[in-house]
Write a protein that binds this ligand. Structure first.
Ligand code: AMP
Ligand code: GLY
Length: 423
């Protein structure tokens, strides 16, 4: 079959890598893609929000299946548009992608269906939010309701900071219309774990666990980023934690969406916090995580197209989802200055080294071709993933491989997976 992948980051590169391995794949396309994805797919310069052009492209190329990787087009309804044109698509429709698109919606859903999460209130009025804060406990967490590139969450230690936060989100509209509504929630402490899952509307099958590192600097300092590195599995995601989540979180979420008339097909990403009172949901995403996909997908034994088709057809219960009994670590190579400002267009050397080693992957996050050479084209440039028999070996392998590639202003964290040592 002909497959089109929508997106341009490391996550979409990891998806393309899996699709290329499938016997079912004939031609692979990607819009807009990047220089790494171009190894497997014909990339076309169509933006992920250019729905009409994507639909026309899919028809022109006789695409049999579209996989939407990114959040914005999912929340905006790309799946609905493609389906209306008769094209099979993997990902939630607009009415289900709201699980990620509106934090106020997801919090109300969890409350209504008794899914464990932080205590909260939703606000559409800045004045009411400000008076609520007067009697609140600190620290406290403010969240813009809509999509904000992972930056719409403010953790405030004092009343003053929180008042400033309400102004930033609701009055100054720093995150645009994402701040028309706001969630104020209880601050939780504990380990964070990401669990991605395949969902067919009724059945849910979870993938192996992972952990992200969101801050830019070593020791979790500096600004929040899209993610500076990941490891999988998480040693903190024990059998006991998994059993709890199976009982109270995963199927409960899928059933809740169905009961609300918003059946979810695609990937649900559970951002969990392992608190002293048990696991609680920090957030839902309606897609693979980035860079979680870069450590989870290379460990998946199944043919991705078989799993994706089972989600679309509602036959996921027949799929035996399996992961390798090993570990993987991904270290993001970024441009110095990310996430604020950074140079682009610098040549990248050493990429061919990855072809010589099994179990090592160089997923492109922000790259492009310029005059036949591959150059940097984003804050996050590459995701260097390596497998190992255990997390320690995978981490050593990944850090060794970060030395294979060179580009100007190369920046990385040096403590990805350090938490492994405490497990
Ligand atoms: P989110 O986009 O909702 O995942 O939030 C981004 C990050 O903010 C999370 O990965 C957590 O590190 C942190 N965070 C979000 N909500 C809370 C909370 N209620 N308590 C503590 N930290 C939080
Ligand atoms: N790594 C977090 C995310 O994909 O949202």
């Amino acid at each position: 079959m002909n497959v089109l992948i929508v997106g341009s980051g490391g996550r979409e590169h990891a998806i393309a890598y899996c699709v290329a391995k499938s016997d079912k794949a004939d031609k692979i396309y990607c819009t807009p893609g990047n220089a790494g994805i171009a190894e497997y797919a014909e990339c076309a310069p169509i933006g992920a929000m250019e729905f009409e052009k994507i639909v026309a492209f899919a028809k022109e190329k006789s695409v049999d299946l579209v996989i939407v990787g990114m959040d914005d087009p999912l929340v905006g309804g790309l799946v609905d548009e493609l389906e209306a044109a008769g094209i099979r698509t993997f990902g939630p429709r607009k009415n289900a992608a709201i699980l990620e698109g509106s934090k106020a919606f997801s919090k109300d859903l969890m409350k209504k269906y008794n899914i464990p999460t932080a205590a909260y209130e939703n606000f559409t009025d800045a004045g009411k939010a400000l008076s609520y804060l007067e009697t609140a406990k600190f620290p406290i967490v403010l969240k813009a309701d809509g999509l904000a590139l992972g930056k719409g969450v403010l953790i405030c230690n004092t009343l003053e900071e929180a008042k400033e936060g309400v102004k930033t989100i609701m009055l100054d509209k720093k995150f645009g219309s994402a701040g028309n509504e706001m969630v104020i929630e209880e601050f939780m402490t504990g380990r964070e774990v990401s669990v991605l899952s395949f969902v067919d509307g009724n059945t849910i099958k979870t993938m192996t666990s992972a952990q992200d590192h969101k801050r830019a600097g070593d020791g979790d300092t500096g600004l929040n980023t899209g993610g500076m590195g990941t490891f999988s599995p998480s040693p903190f995601y024990t059998k006991e934690v998994e059993d709890f989540c199976n009982k109270y979180i995963y199927q409960a979420t899928v059933d809740a969406m169905k009961a609300e008339g918003r059946p979810f097909k695609g990937v649900i990403f559970f951002g969990l916090m392992l608190t002293e009172e048990g696991p609680k949901v920090l957030e839902y995403n309606a897609r693979f995580g980035d860079p979680e996909a870069q450590v989870v997908l290379p460990r998946m034994k199944n043919d991705i197209l078989e799993v994706v088709e089972a989600c679309i057809d509602g036959t996921l219960d027949k799929v035996d989802l399996q992961f390798e009994d090993n570990a993987a670590v991904c270290v993001v190579l970024a441009s110095e200055g990310y996430p604020v400002s950074y140079e682009k267009g610098l040549p990248i050397e050493g990429l061919e080294e990855f072809k010589k080693h099994d179990g090592y992957y160089c997923f492109h996050a922000g790259t492009k071709f310029a005059d036949g050479k591959i150059v940097t084209n984003g804050g996050r440039v590459l995701g260097i993933t390596a497998k190992g028999k255990d997390l320690k070996e995978a981490r050593a392998n990944a850090y060794a491989a970060t030395e294979w590639v060179q580009f100007g202003n190369k920046y990385m964290r040096h403590d990805i997976g350090k938490a492994i040592d405490e497990a």
